[in-house]
Write a protein that binds this ligand. Structure first.
Ligand SMILES: [Zn+2]
Length: 212
């Protein structure tokens, strides 16, 4: 048999999940274990807002960040990434329009979408979870109310202002409205992998690990 020597192409994957699904923790795990680089649209936007007054005001008011601003950030970051760097996208694409746009961005960067990992958690579980969720005021990591201090750095734990069942219900409504067509789109393209996000963090981690 002839041996074919092809340089493995760097994987590009998307993490999808409702707010509070633990997708940040799970994405971090892949960064640590498999060398992925995490591209978080939320983080990119917050960084840009530091030197973009207009955007700073949008965030301050809690208004929706225009799609084209997010698209621009994603385009710029892919232009900077080496071809061999595996990537996880978090928080992008949020709409069907962006999902189609991402295909273009990837093909311009000699990439293709390999997997879309959808961490599915029922709304009622998420609402129960948010009541217990705490954030560390030093390292910003999320944890639960069973800890007295941050288990990662010992920092002070607080409840985020927007962590109330009411605001979560609103965010979930927006999430489902936007994401449903995105999920359908990826399902049709046979790249969607659904993971049950209800069990413990470690069990979800194991389910995700098995996808690689
Ligand atoms: Zn901490």
């Amino acid at each position: 048999m002839k041996e074919i020597n092809i340089k493995p192409r760097a994987e590009t994957i998307i993490f999808l999940g409702p707010p509070g699904s633990g997708k940040d923790t799970q994405a971090e795990f892949l960064v640590e274990k498999l060398g992925f680089q995490l591209i978080s649209s939320g983080k990119l936007i917050r960084l840009r807002a530091e030197h973009d007054d207009e955007l700073h005001d949008i965030l301050k008011k809690g208004d929706l960040v225009p799609n084209n601003i997010i698209d621009d950030e994603i385009i710029s970051i892919f232009a900077l990434l080496p071809d061999e760097q595996p990537v996880i996208l978090d928080g992008y694409p949020r709409t069907l329009e962006q999902a189609k746009k991402l295909d273009l961005i990837l093909s311009e960067n000699n990439r293709k979408l390999d997997k879309v990992i959808y961490i599915n958690v029922p709304d009622k579980d998420l609402i129960n979870r948010i009541k217990k969720r705490r954030v560390c005021s030093s390292c910003q990591k999320f944890t639960m109310d069973k800890f007295e201090a941050c288990p990662y750095c010992g920092g002070k734990l607080t409840q985020r202002n927007d962590d109330t069942p009411e605001t979560l219900k609103n965010r979930l409504k927006v999430f489902h409205q936007n994401t449903k067509p995105v999920i359908e789109y990826f399902k049709e393209r046979r790249v969607l992998l659904e993971v049950d996000g209800s069990p413990s963090i470690d069990r979800v981690k194991e389910s995700i690990r098995r996808l690689f």
